[in-house]
Design a protein around this ligand. Structure first.
Ligand code: MN
Length: 252
């Protein structure tokens, strides 16, 4: 190809790429990519709605900053809700609760898996955060944590290691597993331990979830995920984890 022709063809290709970004980027959705503004802005109607935060977006400062909370809740979670509402149309999932969706979703239900997981996981995450509250477990849960991990500090180290060790995007979980045992694990993307068709033998009830996607911490902590995980313990509401423990225990 003559040089001039080659240059013109290249320019045309680049122009085409930039004039049709949605076609290029949405053809094969990749769960490791984050949401777009279009997905967050879209007005959908459907069975699922964004739950309100129980506190102001700046209430977790300096541990989690206001802008991260605004974007994370108002943009990312809203987009999961919007995409989930679209994905359930004309499927049996439309008549299910979010818990039933978690129990029935399969690997091949890609949009439901990613956005249903995103909706469930974030709905739990917001309720676990608080500007004030009990900063250590109490009662039976405290005893279980000591028995399983040696001490509360050792538990925090082990759970932080799950979060740091998760390659790419995902979640670290403290769960109630078989026989009421406490189990630590992490899952990729927006999966969670309630997706029994996907996690198989790792099925368990999550009582504490830590979002380790970059969107949960990058504005303040950049690449330092471990620093975000350290700060997370300052805004975790153990009263709420205790309630989740009681509910999960009754189901196992
Ligand atoms: Mn998130």
């Amino acid at each position: 190809m003559e040089k001039r022709t080659f240059l013109r063809s290249s320019l045309l290709l680049v122009t085409a790429a930039f004039s049709q970004p949605s076609k290029l980027w949405s053809a094969t959705p990749n769960p490791s990519f984050d949401v777009t503004d279009e997905e967050a802005d879209e007005q959908t109607t459907g069975p699922f709605t964004l739950p309100a935060l129980g506190f102001a977006t700046d209430a977790l400062e300096p541990n989690i900053d206001k802008m991260t909370m605004e974007i994370h809740h108002d943009r990312h979670h809203q987009a999961y809700v919007n995409n989930l509402n679209k994905a359930v149309v004309n499927t049996p999932f439309a008549a299910m609760t979010i818990d039933q969706i978690m129990a029935n979703v399969k690997e091949s239900d890609t949009a439901i898996r990613n956005n249903g997981g995103g909706h469930f996981n974030h709905s739990l995450y917001w309720t676990l955060l608080t500007p004030k509250g009990s900063n250590a477990p109490t009662g039976e849960l405290a005893k279980k944590i000591d028995a399983k991990f040696g001490s509360f500090d050792k538990f925090k180290e082990a759970m932080s290691a799950e979060g740091v060790g998760r390659f790419g995007s995902g979640w670290a979980w403290l769960c109630v597993g078989k026989g009421g045992e406490l189990v630590l694990m992490s899952t990729p993307n927006q999966d969670n331990p309630l997706m029994k068709n996907i996690v198989k033998k790792q099925f368990a009830h999550p009582i504490l979830g830590i979002d380790v996607w970059e969107h949960a911490y990058y504005l303040k902590y950049q690449n330092k995920r471990a620093d975000y995980l350290k700060a997370f313990w300052n805004v975790l509401n153990w009263d709420e984890v205790g309630k989740q423990y009681d509910m999960a225990k009754a189901k196992m």
